[in-house]
Design a protein around this ligand. Structure first.
Ligand code: ADP
Length: 729
């Protein structure tokens, strides 16, 4: 529609094969002189006031003399943007297209063109025309011959109609474009509205999420104002995590300052640092002890950050507090157990060295005593030396126990039986003022442990209980089956999950302060008067229980008695009959040949002297190499037994034993050691078939053990597999 001129279009096409008709139309529609002389009174009568308008109308005429030509002109005019408003088309135009066909084709090109079919004959009936052209308001019939007025009127009316039609088209087009524009605007505002709604929903959802997170967080979240002058920022918001952690409700906390959580043991330097950081507008992280509403202490880790508004001004502070009491307790436990481990190593190492020395002193003093004539005043000195060394040996044994360096002889035990067998001793120990109660659980799990050592643990604990109740009280020994799941194991770093048999020893004595509790398993820690306590009782218990794969714990409050609990892992087997132990006063003698290898000269000397006295032939050497070279140097002959230390320089006792056995296949072997980390012992447990005499040993223990090994019907097969033997360098 762009190419339709703005002004009124009076362009008229005449399609007629008769040239004179063209002249007639020109005369009527476009007369020279612009007056309508031919149109006189009639016209005025018809047009009335319009007559002037019609007269002044200038029609622009173009002619076509054949239908096809007319169609072409219509096409060109339209393409040129100067369409015709109307056409007068003659119906008969031989030999070409007739007027009706011409009109049909014209409308195919320009359907708006108003057409007047001029006909002198009734070539077509109306109905035939409608069949060809359809019912159209743009078609009129002008019967020839026509009046000039008729033609003028038609031209005027139809061009006017064309123009009006164009106007309405233009309006519709304008309207359509406005509607399109408006629709587009509406669509745009709808889209932006939808975006806003979605953003709003997202913001609401984030807010909801944030608020649920804050509400449900296990951390305590506190928001304060930004008031930094004393007494400091005031709490404006706390989440339920805060209430759970501190015991204060939101109502109780709001309006107060976070100082409400501080107390005597809160770290002042941390709090000072916190204030400084906040004054500088910086975030802060730190730990300090805080206090719950009920006065209980708990460890808090703080993270405080300033909240700024759009202008960068600090309006609030947000603090996230994490309860680290559990972590602190674990750290302390870990630190404690590491400390115990280190001290244990040191104590074990020293005790090991002392052991050899003491064995020599005990042996030599015993020999000395035997050699002295009866009634000699020196005999008393020898006995004193022997007894003092015996006490020292006991002490080193305890240190070895604490250092978990004892050689255990584990067996399957029923702890109820162990306690029952000790009941008499308890009564003897406690005196009349202490009531003893034993509560034995039925179906108690069997445990695998060294019976003597466990007796020692229970005895130590009972003795401490007795010491704590000088004025009498109640001692309860109780057993139970206990299972530790992963959860409870998490609270005790050294505990393994599983089933345990537990012995609890409870007294109603003086109890302990936290300071004592923190140190009581340390060796030489004692609150008892000098001479009354060595401070080794509980450290020994600790070492033995740990070495047996168990756990020991204490529950006590000052003035409220104490409960010690020992947990030993459940054994897979059932208890066996108690192991019989050799115990003879008379020293057995022998005539066999013994190769004695010991790097400690005092101990070597003592053992050699003793054994020679008992009738044995002794070849003594300081180490494996020396022992092996003896064969080349001397006529050693047959060796019945090799008695060797396990840990020696140059060559281990095990290696030596293997070499000697290669040379003398029937030689029996007796090892001696004070230490567990050595060749014949695998993880602290004596391997089957290995004969071992533990240091420090008494002469009678050596004499008896020797005979025990020598008198066995045949040499027992020693386990030599790699899994069962691990040799220390
Ligand atoms: P000792 O008994 O030689 O002092 P322990 O290692 O057996 O050494 O004990 C260390 C300390 O633990 C004791 O001095 C005592 O303060 C405390 N203790 C041990 N058992 C108890 C108990 N049942 N009641 C109160 N305090 C105890």
């Amino acid at each position: 529609m762009n190419n339709i001129p703005d002004g009124k279009n009076r362009r008229v096409l005449i399609v007629d094969d008769n040239r004179s008709i063209h002249d007639d139309f020109r005369k009527i529609l476009s007369p020279a002189g612009a007056t309508l002389a031919a149109l006189d009174a009639t016209e005025s009568a018809v047009f009335g006031d319009l007559a002037d308008a019609v007269q002044q109308t200038h029609f622009e005429l173009e002619s076509a003399y054949q239908g096809q030509e007319g169609v072409l002109l219509v096409k060109k005019a339209l393409e040129a943007g100067l369409p015709y408003a109307m056409a007068f088309v003659d119906v008969r135009m031989p030999p070409g297209l007739d007027g009706v066909e011409t009109t049909r084709r014209i409308w195919e090109i320009d359907p708006n063109l108003q057409v007047v079919l001029c006909t002198a004959y009734s070539d077509y009936s109306w109905s035939e025309m409608f069949v060809k052209l359809g019912h159209r308001d743009g078609l009129l019939i002008l019967k020839k011959p026509f009046d000039a007025v008729e033609a003028l009127q038609l031209a005027f009316a139809l061009t006017e109609k064309w123009w009006l039609h164009q106007q309405s088209l233009r309006k519709v087009e304008e309207l359509e474009s406005r509607v399109t524009e408006r629709t587009r605007e509406l669509l745009q505002s709808n889209q932006s509205l939808q975006r806003e709604v979605a953003e709003h929903q997202r913001a609401e959802e984030s807010l909801r999420l944030l608020s649920s997170a804050v509400e449900q967080s296990r951390e305590s979240i506190v928001i304060t104002d930004a008031q930094l002058d004393l007494p400091g920022p005031r709490i404006m918001f706390v989440n339920p995590g805060f209430t759970k952690m501190t015991g204060y409700t939101a109502e109780e906390a709001i309006g107060k300052t976070p100082r409400m959580l501080q107390g005597p043991r809160s770290d002042k330097t941390v709090l000072r640092r916190l204030r400084l950081n906040l004054q500088r507008g910086e975030a802060f992280e730190g730990e300090t002890i805080n206090y719950r509403k009920d006065g209980k202490e708990f460890n808090l880790e703080w993270q405080i950050a300033p909240i700024r508004n759009a202008d960068g001004k600090i309006t609030h502070f947000v603090a996230i507090q994490h309860d680290i009491t559990g972590r602190k307790r674990l750290e302390a436990q870990l630190f404690q157990s590491q400390k115990m481990e280190t001290v244990g190593k040191l104590a074990g190492g020293i005790a090991h060295e002392f052991n050899s020395i003491l064995t020599a002193i005990i042996g030599q003093s015993e020999l000395l005593g035997n050699d002295l004539p009866a009634g000699s005043p020196l005999a008393r000195n020898a006995t004193e030396i022997n007894q003092a060394a015996g006490r020292a040996a006991m002490l080193t044994r305890q240190l070895l126990a604490y250092g978990r360096k004892q050689i255990l002889q584990p067996e399957i035990l029923d702890l109820n039986q162990v306690i029952a067998s000790m009941e008499g001793t308890f009564h003897h120990l406690m005196g009349g003022d202490v009531n003893i109660q034993i509560v034995a659980a039925a179906g108690l799990h069997a445990v695998k442990a060294d019976a003597g050592q466990i007796e020692q643990v229970i005895m130590n604990l009972a003795m401490n209980a007795a010491d704590a109740m000088p004025n009498g009280g109640q001692l309860t020994l109780e057993t139970a089956n206990v299972s530790f799941d992963q959860d409870s194991v998490g609270r005790y770093p050294e505990l393994k999950a599983g089933d345990y048999a537990m012995v609890a020893i409870t007294d109603t004595g003086a109890g302990m302060s936290d300071e004592v509790k923190a140190r009581l398993f340390e060796p030489f820690f004692s609150t008892k008067a000098v001479g009354q306590g060595t401070g080794l009782g509980l450290s020994t218990c600790y070492g033995i229980v740990k070495q047996s794969g168990g756990h020991i714990s204490v529950y006590s409050e000052a003035g409220r008695g104490a409960t010690f609990k020992i947990y030993l892992p459940q054994a897979q087997q059932q208890p066996e009959a108690p192991v019989k132990r050799l115990d003879s006063q008379e020293l057995p003698r022998g005539t066999e040949t013994i190769l004695l290898v010991e790097d400690d000269p005092a101990l070597r000397e003592m053992a050699a002297t003793l054994l020679r006295r008992l009738g044995y032939t002794i070849w003594a050497a300081a180490n494996g190499i020396e022992a092996l070279s003896l064969k080349q140097q001397r006529d050693v002959g047959h060796i019945d037994l090799l008695f060797t230390d396990v840990v020696m320089p140059h060559m281990s006792g095990k290696e030596l034993a293997d070499r000697v056995e290669a040379l003398y296949p029937h030689t029996r072997v007796l090892f001696t050691s004070a230490y567990t980390e050595n060749a014949i012992v695998h993880q602290g447990v004596l391997n089957k078939g290995v004969a071992l005499l533990q240091k420090p040993f008494t002469p009678s223990a050596l004499a008896n053990k020797l005979r025990e090994v020598l008198d066995q019907p045949s040499a027992p097969a020693r386990e030599t597999g790699q899994e069962t033997f691990r040799f220390a360098k």
